[in-house]
Design a protein around this ligand. Structure first.
Ligand SMILES: [Zn+2]
Length: 199
């Protein structure tokens, strides 16, 4: 790497700090940028800055958004009686792609994991309870993953919502144990949503 000029070494170093990118891949990416037309390089650097400047959490569902409300929360045709609880924004994207859900979402920002020091305070459970207590939601669909942590998070939330007048259901059928929602095919996810059961 030291045989390259300082500008290229700098770019290789920056790429190699990205997750999953080793030094060899970083070198390949840097050389690709070097060869690419100026416009493409500008578009890449601009899109990185745009994410930093614009992307934030939606004030309603806590998914990613470029404005105060994300596209899903701004959609007035959706069913406000249905609320789907997911771990991460990527899970919401997977369910949206499956087309099996027409309600709104609540993104927890993770799942309970005592081993990693993640308790109920660290994820957005109280925000969820407040939302349900407001009264518009009739059914909460718990779509956390089927890992041990995902299951115990769903069980915890179900118990936390027990005293509230809301139906609590859990996606299950077709979702493999230990499965991460973002790796599940859309048809499976759609069926899992359709065959959810009351907890
Ligand atoms: Zn939203």
């Amino acid at each position: 790497m030291n045989h390259y000029p300082a500008s290229i070494i700098n770019l290789i170093r920056n790429f190699s700090q990205l997750p999953g990118i080793g030094e060899k891949t970083a070198e390949r990416l840097a050389l690709h940028v070097l060869k690419a037309p100026r416009k493409a390089a500008e578009a890449l650097s601009q899109s990185i800055m745009e994410v930093k400047d614009r992307a934030r959490l939606c004030g309603m569902c806590y998914s990613l958004s470029d404005s105060e409300r994300c596209n899903v929360c701004s959609d007035a045709t959706r069913d406000s009686a249905l609320l789907c609880v997911v771990e991460q924004p990527a899970d919401m994207v997977s369910i949206e792609k499956s087309g099996g859900f027409r309600g709104f979402y609540h993104v927890l920002g993770g799942c309970l994991s005592p081993m990693d020091g993640i308790g109920p305070e660290e994820i957005r459970i109280e925000e969820l309870v407040k939302k349900i207590a407001a009264g518009e939601v009739r059914e909460v669909v718990l779509a956390t993953g089927t890992s041990l942590e995902g299951e115990s998070t769903a069980a915890f939330i179900a118990q936390r919502l027990q005293s509230l007048p809301v139906k609590v259901s859990r996606i299950a059928s077709g979702v493999p144990v230990g499965g991460d929602l973002k790796y599940i095919d859309q048809l499976t996810l759609k069926r899992a949503m359709e065959t959810r059961h009351v907890l």
